[in-house]
Structure formats: structure tokens, C-alpha cells
Design a protein around this ligand. Structure first.
Ligand code: SF4
Length: 285
């Protein structure tokens, strides 16, 4: 009997080892022609013209619009995922249309002709880093066309991926979902997910051409203690005190039940974060 051939994906800490016909834990990458490939590359499930502020970005190109593109798949599995219909889906679970990088840039230029406040493209809704090659290829063409390339992401990709993308991303909002490895495990991350996200934030913060903001969604009973927010915001201030932190309110979605985060908790934790950071915003309140 011959041993089955496998290939390992090196994009994120899951390190999925796949054989022919298999897809990874993110459901966006899988076996193709003897290696792991971005099967969801360019397969868009969502396309909408969104305000910059909705990403959220509070200190970059205010009043601008971004053609926001989403695909399917994610390498985390947060039980509260608000986009689970696409983020936790595979290729046969959801409708998609292939949009090449050239077409996406062309659609954005069309949008700008109609809405002059359009400033670029956002990769968002599902986890863009699981098809990071699309973020790269769109970014190269977007810059040639005078458009911005924006990343909205969980930041959970290995350093070589972030190194390639950093110069091609003009603005990013990265989730820092909590400040413990246990929390990231609850969100379906691999053992190293917490460290990987922090490394991503540090790398993007160090990129001179990339504007970086960070979001923390506060889930009652999970990551809502003042001590955890104090540790998170102090660490972020150590990376760069100018980074805007969005402290946002959770609503139960997907596998979660119960009530949303009390507004008073969100405001109290934002005040804790302001002990270390001058640019703290509350969201969803
Ligand atoms: S990107 Fe997807 S396939 Fe690759 S290691 Fe992560 S979960 Fe697995």
C-alpha cells in the first residue's frame, strides 16, 4: 500500500496537514495539484460600498467610502461570529462569484466615478488572510490605480504573510479579541494564535505606510474584566500609543445565547483603556 501524500499549509498557526481532496480548518484553503492553495481566491460572496467609519477606522480618511469585498472561510471559529453564514462556510455552502483583482479595481474605479468619496477597497466580512494572495494582488493593482487597500482581519497569520502584505496595506483594523491564550482557544485558535495576532499588530504598527487601528469585542463573562482590558491596552500602548482602540459591544449571534454586553460595561472598560491610550472609541452602543 502506498503512503498517502500530504501537504502542510504554513499560512496560520493551525498548520493544517492536508491530503488530496481535503480543505483546511478555515475552509478557504485546500489541496490542489499537490499543494495547499487558496481555493477561495477571488470568490466573492459580498460586495458593498461602506463608509470608512464602519470598518471601523476612526483616524483615517474620514468621510470616505470603501468598496468592501468578502469571500468565505475563517481560521477562527468564534462562537459569536456575526458573519458566520460566510465566515464559517465552505465553497458549496454559499453563493459566490469569481472577481479577479483587475475586475475589483475596475469596479472600485466605477464606484469612484459615481461616488467621488470612494477611496479604495476593503478586504472584510470573512477572514481575508486565509486568501492573503488576493489581498496582495488587489493591493498591487489598487496602488497603480491610486486606490487604497484596506484590511479588516483577525490578524492570525504567520509572519511571512504579514511581511508581504504590510507594505501593500494602507489601513488595517485588526481584532485583538481578548488578552489571554485561553480566550483565543475558545475562539477556535491554535495554541499560538494569541502570540501570532500580537506579532501581526506589532508588524503592521511598524510599517510606515500602514495606518493601524485595533478592535476588542467585549463578551460578557469571557473577556470583560478591568484587569484584562488594562493588560490589553497597556500592551497596545507599548506597541504604539497612537493606535486607536475600538471597544465594542457584543450581541449574541451564531452559537451564543443570552444578552448583549451591558452598555455600562463597554463604557467602563473604555475608561480603563484610556488609562493607557488616548484614542479609545466605543462601538455598537
Ligand atoms: S490558513 Fe487555513 S488551511 Fe492554512 S493552516 Fe490556517 S486554517 Fe489551515
Amino acid at each position: 500500500m502506498s503512503a498517502s501524500v500530504t501537504a502542510t499549509c504554513d499560512v496560520c498557526p493551525h498548520g493544517c496537514r492536508l491530503a488530496e481532496g481535503q480543505v483546511g480548518a478555515c475552509r478557504a484553503r485546500g489541496w490542489r495539484d499537490g499543494k495547499v492553495a487558496p481555493l477561495a481566491y477571488g470568490r466573492l460572496t459580498s460586495l458593498a460600498l461602506d463608509p470608512v467609519e464602519k470598518k471601523p477606522l476612526a483616524r483615517w480618511r474620514q468621510g470616505g467610502l470603501l468598496l468592501s469585498a468578502g469571500s468565505y472561510g475563517c481560521n477562527l471559529h468564534c462562537p459569536f461570529c456575526q458573519n458566520h453564514e460566510i465566515a464559517q462556510a465552505g465553497e458549496t455552502d454559499v453563493g459566490w462569484r469569481y472577481v479577479s483583482p483587475e475586475e475589483l479595481v475596475s469596479l472600485t474605479l466605477d464606484a469612484r466615478a459615481q461616488h467621488p468619496r470612494t477611496v479604495g477597497i476593503a478586504h472584510t466580512y470573512n477572514e481575508p488572510l486565509t486568501s492573503w494572495e488576493y489581498v496582495r494582488d488587489v493591493g498591487l493593482l489598487a496602488h497603480e490605480a491610486g486606490l487604497a487597500n484596506v484590511l479588516v482581519s483577525n490578524g492570525c497569520a504567520n509572519a511571512p504573510v504579514i511581511d508581504v502584505l504590510a507594505p501593500l496595506v494602507d489601513a488595517a483594523n485588526i481584532d485583538l479579541k481578548g488578552f489571554t491564550a485561553d480566550y483565543y482557544r475558545w475562539c477556535g485558535g491554535a495554541q499560538e494564535a494569541f502570540d501570532t495576532v500580537r506579532a501581526c499588530i506589532k508588524r503592521l504598527a511598524a510599517e510606515p505606510s500602514c495606518h493601524l487601528e485595533v478592535t476588542c469585542l467585549v463578551v460578557p463573562g469571557r473577556n470583560d474584566t478591568p484587569d484584562e482590558m488594562r493588560a490589553l491596552s497597556a500592551w497596545l500602548a507599548g506597541v504604539d500609543p497612537d493606535i486607536a482602540l475600538h471597544v465594542t459591544r457584543y450581541f449574541p449571534r451564531w452559537k451564543m445565547s443570552g444578552g448583549p454586553t451591558p452598555v455600562s460595561t463597554v463604557y467602563a472598560l473604555a475608561d480603563v483603556a484610556r488609562e493607557a491610550l488616548p484614542h479609545v472609541r466605543v462601538g455598537n452602543c
